[in-house]
Every structure is written in C-alpha cells, then in structure tokens.
Design a protein around this ligand. Sequence first.
Ligand code: NAP
Length: 475
Amino acid sequence: METDLFIAGKWVPASSGARFDVLDPATGDTIASVADGGEAEAIAAVEAAAAAGPGWASTPPRVRSEVLRKAFELMTDRASELAKLISLENGKALVDAKGEVTYAAEFFRWFAEEAVRGDGAIATAPSGANRILVVRQPVGVCVLVTPWNFPAAMATRKIGPALAAGCTVILKPASDTPLTALAMAAILAEAGVPEGVVNVVPSRSSGRVVSAMLRDARVRKLSFTGSTEVGRILLAQAAENVVNTSMELGGNAPFVVFADADLDAAVDGAMIAKMRNGGEACTAANRFFVEAPVADEFAQRLAQRMSALVVGPGTDEKTQVGPLVNEDTVAKVDELVRGALDGGAEAVTGGSRPDGPGFYYPPTVLTGVPADAPILRQEIFGPVAPIVTFTGEAEAVRLANDTEYGLVAYVYTGDLARGLRVSEAIEAGMVGINRGLVSDPAAPFGGVKQSGIGREGGHDGLLEYLESKYIAVDW
Ligand code: NAP
C-alpha cells in the first residue's frame, strides 16, 4: 500500500526524506514506515486544499453526494482488508475492526444523503421593511485531526460531512495509526474526489504541523477528536485566527444500574459499553454505579463474562480482546488499577499486567473502589470496570455528574420515567437508556463540559461545516 503523504492528488515523500515506523501492538515489531510530514508539507496541503476549494464548493451537491456514495461502496467492498489493516496497526480484535469499518463507511453513506438536503430560510423582518434570506455556504479549508482508537471512523465522521458541505480538507491522522488514513485517501481518490479536495499528512511532529496550518489564514475550520488536554491547546491556537472549531474530546462515562433494572440486559449492555474496542473508546463505560441491592450480583456476573473473553493478537479470528495500542496506554491502565487496589479496591477478575511481549492488559473488574481513586477521575482507556455502590436516584445523579467530562452516560432501569428523569439530570451530550451503545451516524454525537464543543453525525454534523449567510433583501 501507499505509505507517502497524499497532497494535491499525488503520493509524495516528505521534503526532508524523513519517515517513521508504525508498530504492531501485538508484538511491538515494526510493520511499516510512513513519510513523516513536516511544516512545509502541511502548508503545501493547505495550498492544495485552498486551490481546490472554489471548484468543489461549486460542484453540484448531487455530484458530491455520488462521490461519497461511491466511497461508501468501495469501503464496503474492501471491508475485510480494511479491517485487517486497522487490527494490524491499532491492535483491536478483528471483530471490533470489522464493526469499525461498517460504522466508518456508514458516515459516507449518511453524508452522501445529507449532501443533497441543503436548506436555508426566508422570512419577513419584524419591521416589514425587508426579507431575511439565509443561505448556507461551506466554511472553507478544514484541518481534521484524528486519534488512533477509531482510525477509520473518526476520519470518515469528519471527511463525510466536510465533503458533503463543499469544504476541502487536510487530515492529520494519529501517528500510531496512519496506514488506515492513507488507505482512506486511496479509496476517496478512486471514488472520484478531485485532487486537492482531500489531503492526508501523517506526522510524528503533530504539534508543529497542526500549529503551522492553524497559523495559515486560509484555514477556516479545525475539527479535532482526541484528548481534552490536546483539545485545550488547539482551542487556544485556533483563537489566534478565530478559526471555527469542533472538539470531540475525552469521556468518563457513568454506567448506572438501578435495582429495578433487568440485570441480564444490564450485564449485556455493560459488556458492550466497556469492552467495545477493548475499552479504548471515548464512549467506554468508565465508572459503574450499581444500586446496593444488586451490586454484588452485578459484579459477579460481569466478572464471569469478562474473565471468559479470549485475549490475543487482534488479527487472530478467535480473539475478543486485542492488545492496547502502545506501551504508554498499557502502563497508564496498570497505574490506575494499582492505585485503586492500593486504596482498598478488590479485583474480582484480572488486576495485573501479564509478562511477555505486546501491550496486553487482562479484562478486569474492581469492587470497593474508593471515591477519590484516580481511576474514577481519569479516562481508563482499557478493559477495566471499577464498580461503586449507591443508594437512590439522587445519589446516582450526583455521582454520575461528579466529573469534568460530559460525553455519554448509560442508565439501566425498568422504569422508563426514571430513565428519562435521570437522563435529563445527567450532564452529558448523549445518554443510552437500557442500551450499551449509542454511536450512530444518523444521530448527533458529542459532549458537554470538557468533553467538547459541537456534534458529529446526524444533520447537526453537516451544519458544523456550513456557515449561515444572511442577506437582507428589499423587493
Ligand atoms: P491525543 O493524544 O489528544 O491525540 C489526538 C490527535 O492529536 C492525534 O492525531 C495526535 O497526533 C494529535 N496531537 C497530539 N498532540 C498534539 C498537539 N500538541 N497539537 C496538535 N495535534 C496533536 O488523543 P489520542 O490518545 O490519540 O486519543 C485518545 C483520546 O481521544 C481520548 O481522550 C478519547 O476520549 C478521545 N476520543 C474522543 C472521541 C470523541 O468523539 N469525543 C472519539 C475518540 C477518541 P499524534 O498521534 O502524533 O500524537
């Protein structure tokens, strides 16, 4: 496959000649070397995107739509090879990688459909003096920065709406997983995306490369998915040129189980909310709050299911939980678990890092986790479920909201009125009631508080790439 940068429709090396290695998380071995984009390539990509902008913005929406539809079909045809690539560079189990390809391709299909649903508004001014005409126009050149945990889906969730809206883009993928992004560039080119409309610049100097683009006044939009820490830095940089921003940041999802819940359903939902992607998801259930009468039983049943999972290389068909993406991630999970155990928690299953090669951590369930444990404050980003017991609705809501994050929450109860009441009281952009999975290309995905600004997916996702222009008309 291509391993150079993709700029202005061509595969080009870095001008410095620099390359960087991509590792297999199952072994730590090098699997590929990729061109290492620098500031010069970042600016060349902005140049290409700016040059392609007017042509793409004036391309009929139906044509833009058909290009995206074609990209959806190509991704679907190549789902199994793309899944292997994702699994190889990210480590996730093939079953998760296949799920990601389906989810990722769906953003192209959804936004192919949205591309032709452009809207606007016309009204009479209250004074009666004129008409208020509102038209929507593409924001312009967009810088898209994506994380490693969903290397295909986080890219298509941004490229789909940007292209549908008539914007041109530069994608800066995570340096742990650049291969999937390059494969996406090849698919988009084959689908008929004109040169310069999509550019992909992998880099090991992400800070410098993204800053250089944000300093370029031709860039009008930054859409970032990643940690809150980096999001804050980029928001400050975007302020310099007053760049439009969408921020999909970290999460610390509460998973609340009331005593009246269907416990089988709650354990099934917990397995999805916790273990999808091996726990490396911003939507991963991070804190389990279980009402006292059912807490022991829930912990035992969850531990039984977690301990039965097959851990191994992601590319092995039998594997259900692959290695984590890199050494830093597995070391952080290990430290958080140790902190909880030192504070008095008990590991019902798992709880210690195995010896041997690869970045593995076993599925783990902790009970008796102290309220001040860092594991309840920080994103775990691994296969660990800390359980805390509560009594009553008010305490559940207080515990759920006791975090700086507000991406998603899960609530299990047999009482729908309670489910809705608690959903409204929880500070989160999304809530799953009796459901462990909320992500859907047709729904607005995003967070409140320090989990972000803006929404991706649904109709809202398209609006993030459009400006409303008001024209006062007297006729
Ligand atoms: P990260 O460290 O914030 O990195 C995200 C992206 O930003 C990568 O492409 C990274 O490049 C780049 N980057 C890092 N430092 C930068 C800087 N100073 N300036 C510009 N770009 C910079 O996050 P991650 O570890 O890849 O991903 C995990 C995080 O993403 C978690 O917090 C998770 O919750 C969040 N996430 C959120 C959502 C959501 O929708 N809310 C979805 C998925 C993931 P390098 O790879 O080169 O460092």
